[in-house]
Design a protein around this ligand. Structure first.
Ligand SMILES: NC(=O)c1ccc[n+]([C@@H]2O[C@H](COP(=O)([O-])OP(=O)(O)OC[C@H]3O[C@@H](n4cnc5c(N)ncnc54)[C@H](O)[C@@H]3O)[C@@H](O)[C@H]2O)c1
Length: 349
């Protein structure tokens, strides 16, 4: 039987609870500690998980039973925390975005690959039912090669209380980094293609005083000529609003996955066919995939390179918001990876 994997959770706010729940359900895994700079949240999470708490990352990384960490801290802390984890020789599941700039993503990916450690970027939507169903339908060749993708994820909430750091672009990187990466990564995974440029437009729905755009429209161009139009918002009213829409046009057919329908539909020359209904969100599968990569059973389902690519798309998107121009990935410092390291971009789950 393979040995138990000890996991520590770094940052115990909103998203950490999803990871802790997923970890508790997974056999052969034990939560061996949590760290948070806020004692209240850290101690509460430790009590819930039946584990120990510290406020010091260095102390936690010195615990011998920590094999890997899941980092759930604000975006601007990811690069430094990730480097400490690499230096301590632990595996990492890094919440999105991998970092808030391309150079930091480059050096994080290098740090993990140099040590032969697993670095997985937590692009959770790839593990959700709807993300997988669309990917499988495309990869099975049912609609041919994607030429146009439309993905909208719209919501009404805006970050309250201690999570207000998201509204500070210096901490979150801006909304393209914070939530834009979800849609940019997913559309790119579906396209199975190399993105070339991003054109972004934003609106401030909640208030003109916001320092970020809480509605974004992102146009991605790919090397093959495929385009993706992605929308993401957190400012729709009413506050409880949530909506998602997917449409993919391929060279031989198309598919749609309206979020409120029981099933999606593939439109093919031979007629229409139904796609399975949406269900699971992806945290259980995501954590299981990371553990499997640590055990050496599978390659990481989302690689550090995939995370680095999303960071570059986000940097291009933020630059486009500032300049009003379409911005290439090359101009924000993104360099193409070598083919071996990039294999996670198009691999099916
Ligand atoms: N995959 C997803 O669907 C998803 C959803 C939400 C958030 N996220 C990502 O997860 C991360 C956390 O987001 P959240 O909404 O949980 O934020 P949060 O503010 O609720 O939680 C962050 C926690 O980190 C702690 N913290 C801050 N700096 C720290 C440090 N240096 N060391 C240790 N702890 C520290 C804070 O005290 C807080 O408890 C972000 O990167 C965010 O982008 C991902």
């Amino acid at each position: 039987m393979s040995r138990e994997i000890g996991v520590a959770v770094v940052g115990t706010g909103f998203v950490a609870s999803m990871h802790l729940t997923a970890l508790a359900r997974l056999p052969g895994v034990r939560v061996v500690g949590v760290v948070d700079v806020d004692p209240g949240r850290g101690q509460a999470a430790a009590r819930g998980a039946g584990t120990r708490w510290t406020s010091s990352l260095d102390e936690l990384l010195a615990w011998p039973d920590v094999d890997g960490c899941i980092v759930c801290t604000p975006n601007d802390t990811h690069a430094a925390i990730g480097q400490s984890i690499a230096a301590a020789g632990k595996h990492l599941l890094m919440e999105k975005p991998l970092t808030t700039d391309v150079a930091a993503a480059d050096s994080l990916v290098s740090a993990f690959s140099a040590r032969g450690l697993v670095l997985m970027a937590a692009h959770t939507h790839r593990f959700a039912d709807y993300g997988r169903i669309v990917k499988h339908t495309i990869d099975a060749g049912e609609i041919g090669r994607p030429v146009f993708i439309r993905l909208a994820i719209l919501g009404g909430w805006i970050w309250p209380d201690w999570r207000a750091w998201v509204l500070d672009p210096k901490r979150s990187g801006g909304h393209v980094f914070h939530n834009g990466v979800h849609v940019l990564d997913l559309a790119t995974w579906w396209a199975g293609d190399q993105p070339v440029s991003v054109y972004a437009q934003g609106r401030k729905e909640t208030s003109g005083d916001l320092a970020i755009y809480d509605y974004l429209s992102l146009l991605v161009r790919y090397r093959s000529g495929c385009t993706a139009v992605c929308e993401i918002s957190r400012g729709n009213r009413p506050r409880t609003f949530g909506y998602r829409d997917v449409f993919v046009q391929g060279t031989t057919g198309s598919l749609s996955m309206p979020w409120d329908a029981e099933q999606g539909i593939a439109f093919l020359e031979g007629g229409t066919s139904l796609l399975p209904g949406d269900g699971q969100v992806g945290f259980d599968r995501e954590v299981a995939a990371w553990i499997s990569a640590i055990r050496g059973e599978t390659l990481p389902a989302v690689t550090g390179e995939d995370g680095r690519l999303s960071v570059a798309m986000a940097a291009a998107g933020e630059a486009s918001l500032r300049t009003g121009e379409c911005v290439t990935l090359e101009s924000v410092g993104y360099t193409l990876p070598n083919p071996v390291a990039s294999e996670g971009v198009s691999r099916a789950l």
